[in-house]
Design a protein around this ligand. Structure first.
Ligand code: F58
Length: 832
């Protein structure tokens, strides 16, 4: 038995009870926070104050579980995994925490006793939007699944002062960006850790010593301070940690050691230390090579590794056992500097010989790739790295030597291969290829859906497959957490499922394969009716939301067709809007009697464009202006409505997804690594129209092709088609007359100043890199099949039920188990 550390054990223990969670105790706790934490009273408390008090009260529960879990890990010393991600797109926390703790009904009662409505309080919370899109949201789902399965996993990221920008729509329809000051009203979900700080060095010089060692000194030191966010598991006490770093100037740093030329920068940098974690970069799938971005990456990896190292050292184990206690997943190449940084720690600080250090490093790290788009592969100019991180530049050159020697050995004299595989890309300036470094420095490389992982092996990692063999390269298909993406966003549906399967929700929310039980009810008319009623009420909930936030009236009797994701040419929102215009023109050509037979449809778009992405922003502008014309057209407005909902976010997705009948996942084949919203829509009984791309393929494998509306060319055809477009272009008029008609209508100004859209239209008329002209006809054909299928409502509902029933594979619980077992070699463990 452990000795009690201090004071009177009894005094501690009698006061150390957990919190009471009966309704009167909850009420007491909320009121207590109103009075003390907020220093407010019943008569001046508004919804925001009530939300804050409720959140603080819930947080008390989380903290106790969190303390217990962390203490348990410390005592038990399990191998731990760390998920390094520059983005965690968490969304709101209160509802999720209440559901995971199983306290929602009680808080609901207590809050109404206090004269408020829980739903209103939930709406007060600002999204934690520290991510751009899929990659960041995936990280959030993985944290939920790790905690829910009692796995010792921590997340490490940055605490940006400003998250993804707020999107506004200007009067002319174009996107405007405003900052997202999400921390304005204090964030009840984080704990500042004044005692957890590290110094992170930039610039200076590195002097080589013997034995591949070096001393890095001078330059600028910045302080990293930890903020901890509790990640509660579902129906378990296990509560993991997301540690986010904030940058601060280190007071009194040594200006003396700067050389004369560096002095000015020293002053500048001291002012700018705080700038490192000021803002999330809003670029999606492009890299810009900005120094501040590289600073963010190093600042975060250095602080995280220092923290991981300190925890490892507390175990008192020999350094050779590092990979037995630590696994680190690199979420894309953004944290790749962790590889040279860990080498630096081992070699320079821990005196580990270079070769042994390399063994340890390559046994610790794992790398996930999220895209094969060439413009998204990170490269950093050598001169920039040299200046900012001189020691890391040396290490990267030394690792390059390793590459050269192994490639030389296996493929003697193959200079071209060597040039392709080198960490350094020749040119002016030279560039460092981060994906190559991430591959060489890790034990496993994975893609995020079967097709994508295959493309990783065949394209960007081909040479490395030849070198290491194929076993280093595998697949973990993405997943989503059914807690947030079923129970939380669609309580009516999870209630219906629970009632129908006669299972407590927890059973299928923890084992999503249990949804298969729904198959036996797919043909039951009574169940179909209930299923349809849930969808209808979710459509009304969305319509209500749009009415209150935008003042627009949506026709809830129409089919809801949704495309929500970052705006990008490869995702082809342009194809969708061209399809909408085509539908509009077709409707206009019809007689009133003919129109009456048409399936009424509401098309909804939402998504942000990177602020510097001109063509993507033009697409938004076109959508908004087409919507204005269509929605005002008395001939067609009963049959076709179009909306662009501004400022897409996780919480908006939670309202949109359950309301969708059909959603669009229409990337050019081979470009969307996985997609995860496709899984969310299907889980909520929405059907897909999509290309044979990413996880669409595996979804169709599960639900059956007859339940997915596929169209378009397949991946193997894409390269040839692009080649043809480049060297033997055919005018759109010839290639695809219906699309040409649409383009001409836009050009001619039918939706406002046509000239504005020329650069966008020209992307289609000229190279058509994303092959809209190739896929337009089959796209329109697929939408026609969608309309026909929707007319037979009973069949449609059956498809919808079968789709939900087959979503078991896409739980992030399955995905995280894949990582835990196949890669990290960690096990579940929980406090008693
Ligand atoms: C996305 N990538 C993929 N990147 O596009 C999507 O298919 C996949 O489902 C998802 O990852 C999860 O695996 C993505 O979201 C980014 O947002 C990066 C942000 C930083 C700059 C580069 C793009």
């Amino acid at each position: 038995k452990e000795k009690w550390p201090r004071g009177d054990e009894k005094a501690w223990k009698t006061s150390m009870r957990g919190l009471d969670t009966d309704i009167p105790s909850i009420t007491k706790s909320i009121v207590g926070h109103v009075q003390t934490s907020l220093a407010q009273q019943a008569h001046n408390l508004d919804d925001l104050g009530a939300y804050q008090a409720a959140a603080l009260s819930v947080r008390d529960n989380l903290i106790l579980n969190w303390n217990e879990t962390q203490m348990h890990y410390t005592r038990k010393e399990p191998k731990r995994a760390y998920y390094l991600s520059l983005e965690f797109l968490m969304g709101r926390t209160l509802d999720n925490a209440l559901l995971n703790l199983g306290l929602k009904p009680k808080y609901d009662d207590s809050i109404s006793q206090l004269g408020f409505r829980l739903e209103d309080l939930l709406e007060q919370e600002r999204d934690a939007a520290l991510g751009n899109g899929g990659l960041g949201r995936l990280a959030a789902c993985y944290l939920d699944s790790s905690a829910s399965q009692e796995l010792p996993v921590w997340g490490y990221g940055l605490r940006y002062k400003y998250g993804i920008f707020q999107q506004l729509i200007a009067p002319d329809g174009s996107q405007l960006e405003a900052p997202d000051p999400w921390l304005e009203h204090d964030n009840p979900w984080e704990l500042p850790r004044l005692d957890v700080t590290y110094e992170v060095r930039f610039y200076g010089h590195s002097e080589r010593l013997d034995n591949m060692k070096a001393v890095w000194s001078g330059g600028q030191e910045v302080l990293a301070m930890a903020y901890d966010t509790m990640i509660p598991g579902y129906e378990t006490k296990s509560t993991n940690n997301l540690r986010l770093w904030e940058s601060k100037p280190k007071r009194g740093f040594d200006l003396q050691s700067f050389n004369a030329g560096d002095y000015e920068r020293a002053v500048e940098s001291s002012n700018s230390a705080a700038a490192i974690t000021s803002v999330l970069y809003p670029n999606d799938h492009t890299t810009f090579g900005k120094e501040l971005r590289l600073k963010q990456q190093y600042f975060w990896t250095a602080a995280s590794l220092a923290d991981i190292m300190r925890r490892f050292k507390n175990l008192g184990k020999p350094i050779s056992e590092f990979p037995d206690y630590v696994a680190i997943q690199l979420n894309d190449t953004h944290p790749t500097l962790a590889i040279p940084e860990l080498m630096r720690i081992f070699v320079d600080e821990e005196d580990v010989p270079w070769d042994a250090a390399w063994q340890l490093v390559t046994n610790t790290f794992f790398f996930t790739n999220h895209t094969v788009l060439p413009e998204a592969l990170e490269k950093w100019p050598v001169p920039l790295m040299q200046n900012l991180l001189p020691r890391h530049m040396q290490i990267i050159f030394d690792i390059t030597e390793i590459v050269v020697s192994v490639v030389e050995k296996k493929f003697p004299g193959d200079r071209e291969r060597l040039a392709r595989m080198s960490l350094i890309e020749e040119g002016y300036p030279q560039n460092i290829r981060m994906a190559n470094l991430a591959c060489i420095g890790t034990r496993k490389v994975n893609g995020v859906a079967e097709l994508h992982s295959e493309l990783v092996r065949l394209t960007i990692m081909k040479d490395f497959v030849d070198l290491y063999g194929v076993s280093k390269f595998s697949n973990v298909t993405n997943g989503i957490t059914p807690r947030r993406w079923l129970d939380q966003c669609n309580p009516r549906l999870s209630n219906l499922i629970s009632e129908t399967l006669k299972l407590p929700k927890a059973v299928f929310l923890k084992d999503l394969y249990k949804l298969e039980g729904l198959l036996q009810f797919a043909d039951d008319p009574a169940f179909q009716k209930k299923w349809a009623a849930v969808k209808q009420s979710n459509k009304e909930r969305l319509a209500q939301h749009v009415q209150t936030t935008l003042g627009l009236k949506i026709n809830t009797h129409a089919m809801f067709d949704v495309q929500i994701k970052r705006l990008h040419e490869y995702k082809r929102q342009t194809l969708n809007i061209m399809g909408v215009i085509h539908r509009y023109l077709t409707l206009k050509d019809m007689t009133p009697a003919e129109r009456k037979k048409v399936n009424p449809k509401v098309v909804l778009f939402a998504g942000k464009a990177a602020p510097g992405y001109y063509v993507a922003k033009l697409t938004i502008r076109l959508i908004v202006n087409v919507a204005r014309i269509i929605n005002a057209d008395a001939d067609t407005k009963d049959y076709l409505q179009l909306y662009f909902l501004p400022d897409y976010s996780v919480s908006l997705a939670e309202v949109l997804i359950p309301a969708s009948d059909i959603s669009q996942h229409i990337s050019t084949a081979g470009t969307e690594a996985s997609g995860t919203s496709n899984m969310k829509f299907c889980l909520n009984g929405g059907l897909l129209v999509g290309t044979v791309d990413g996880a669409n393929i595996e979804i169709a494998e599960e639900v059956g092709e007859q339940n997915v509306f596929f169209f378009g060319h397949l991946t193997p055809a894409v390269e040839d088609l692009r080649y043809k477009h480049m060297y033997h272009p055919v005018p759109v008029e010839q290639k695809c007359p219906p699309l040409a008609r649409v383009l001409n209508e836009v050009s001619a100004g039918r939706f406002g100043d046509g000239g504005v859209y020329e650069p966008l239209l020209n992307t289609i008329r000229q190279h058509d890199y994303y092959l809209l002209t190739e896929d337009f006809d089959s796209y329109i054909q697929a939408l026609k099949l969608v309309d026909e299928a929707y007319q037979d409502r009973t069949e449609w509902i059956k498809k919808s039920i079968r789709t939900t029933a087959k979503m078991g594979k896409f739980s992030s619980d399955r995905a995280i188990q894949d990582y835990a077992q196949e890669y990290w070699n960690i096990e579940s463990t929980k406090p008693e």
